[in-house]
Design a binder for this molecule. Structure first.
Ligand SMILES: [Zn+2]
Length: 485
């Protein structure tokens, strides 16, 4: 099977080939842990989880690094503003270290609840300070750096292809800067590799700047720039060239452009062969913002009766490269779809595996159809992670089963499809649809007997009893099927 992905580097959907056959070195820009993640943040992690699962379905072994930014990400996303961690610390009356620990734990718990695969390496920026300083040292040796009052900067004019990745118009930046730019920076696009702690300010997170990196040999305290963190952690673990680097489209013009500039200036090699970017998620058609109060968290959804899996289904209904729109109506639709899929998953407990009894039935049309659907799901995902197409294939496969007696549905094909759905889309259908108990089965049987004996009152009473414990019944021509309500 061919795996195709949209590469921001070439702006095309192209065939994916890893450097080493069968192995993928993947880096995902992780969260800045100063607050709860919003549904918008989580969507990205669901998309990239789908990428990992699709790579695995294509028989790749994935070595993935995801960073946790616990220092240096300023409120402007560039070099101005306050460190988000220090700001969070002030808001909650704690230290930046406490804030980082608390929200990192919250993030990991959210990942777990969303059934996101754990990356092989989760790295905290504060654990990689020496590696970050070493990168600055190498950039300094190659004359890419200069020092101004508030930090050590990267001179973007020395990296000739700086504008290429994002198609930046540096001339326009320069023209605009003549009006608004008031800094010692040589070029508006130059960015801080290392910031000095402002005089008179007390930061929780600061490290002495090594004497060989400062112009005057002083060891004044400072902290790393956000962009440098990702380059340092990615290259330290995965090597100088990654296969895939992922992030949000908002990372393209600054964060990822800067990662490329500093990494490639050091190594002289391409930093990543493929770059994948997810589009934004809006809420009720507007941008998510603190002031609008529309930055819903997983906790907010849970309080309104929606599970993490409902949200996961909602995200999978859209394509990662399209702008998404979150509304509670859309979430409700996703919840209903998931409920329907779980009922289909419960069917497997009511079928007979005729394949064991009769090998010839392997060629049975319905089984073949279900097995073909499994394959089609993987093919859809391998076509630039087309989750909406994969979901449509699954809906179609399930609709073929509607109205059929359980005995006519082949367990093998159904189970195979459910396993494919779980392994590629992470919806945990098998894990959330256990068989009902023998006592419950007995109630269904008694109801059937009451129906056969035309004892409608008893039949209704038993049906109500089952409804009360979350089990619904559908009477088909050749028997009754139960499902979860
Ligand atoms: Zn990053």
């Amino acid at each position: 099977m061919t795996l195709k992905l949209h590469n921001t580097l070439t702006k095309k959907v192209e065939e994916f080939n890893s450097q080493e056959p069968g192995k993928v070195k993947l880096y995902t820009c992780g969260p800045t842990v100063y607050d709860h993640l919003t549904v918008g943040n989580w969507a990205a992690y669901i998309y990239w989880d789908t990428l990992v699962r699709t790579l695995k379905a294509n028989d790749y072994t994935v070595d993935r690094v995801m960073n946790i930014t616990d220092v240096g990400h300023l409120t402007s996303d560039a070099d101005e503003g306050e460190d988000k961690l220090e700001k969070g610390a002030r808001r909650e009356g704690k230290t930046a270290w406490d804030i980082a620990a608390y929200y990192s734990d919250q993030f990991l718990e959210g990942m777990n609840n969303l059934n996101l695969l754990a990356p092989e390496h989760i790295t905290k920026a504060t654990d990689y300070i020496p590696q970050q300083l070493e990168l600055i040292r190498k950039l300094k040796a190659k004359d890419y750096t200069y020092q101004i009052d508030d930090g050590i900067y990267y001179d973007t004019s020395k990296f000739p292809t700086y504008a290429d990745f994002a198609g930046l118009d540096l001339e326009a930046q320069r023209a605009g800067a003549r009006v608004t730019f008031n800094s010692e920076k040589r070029n508006p696009s130059d960015f801080a590799l290392w910031k000095f702690t402002p005089a008179g300010e007390k930061r929780d997170m600061a490290w002495p700047t090594p004497a060989d990196l400062t112009d005057d040999g002083s060891e004044k305290p400072g902290f790393p720039g956000w962009h440098l963190e990702c380059s340092a952690m990615a290259m330290d673990i995965l090597g100088e060239t990654l296969d895939i680097h992922t992030g949000g489209i908002d990372h393209i013009p600054v964060h990822h452009t800067n990662e490329i500039a500093q990494s490639e200036a050091v190594t002289g090699k391409r930093f990543s062969n493929y770059w994948l970017h997810n589009n934004h998620l809006k809420v009720d058609g507007t941008k998510i913002s603190k002031s609008l109060g529309n930055g819903y968290t997983l906790q907010d959804l849970s309080e309104r009766g929606y599970s993490e899996m409902d949200y996961r289904m909602f995200v999978l209904q859209g394509h990662y490269s399209n702008e998404g729109n979150f509304t509670f109506d859309n979430l409700e639709a996703a919840k209903n779809r998931l409920k329907n899929w779980r009922s289909m998953a419960a069917l497997r407990h009511q079928t007979h595996d005729t394949l064991i009894d009769d090998g010839d039935k392997l060629a049975d049309d319905k089984t073949v159809q279900l097995l073909a659907s499994s394959q089609a799901v993987i093919e859809a995902l391998s076509n630039n992670l087309d989750t909406p197409a994969a979901l449509a294939i699954i809906d179609d496969a399930f609709s073929q089963l509607e109205g059929k007696a359980a005995a006519d549905i082949h367990q093998h094909g159904l189970v195979q499809l459910l396993e494919t759905i779980d392994s590629t889309l992470g919806l945990n259908l098998l894990g959330t649809t256990p068989d009902i108990s023998d006592d419950q089965k007995q109630l269904i049987l008694e109801r059937q007997q009451a129906r056969d004996g035309k004892d409608w009152a008893k039949s209704d009473e038993l049906r109500d009893q089952l409804t009360g414990i979350g089990i619904g019944l559908k009477d088909e021509t050749r028997g009754t099927i139960w499902f979860y309500i």
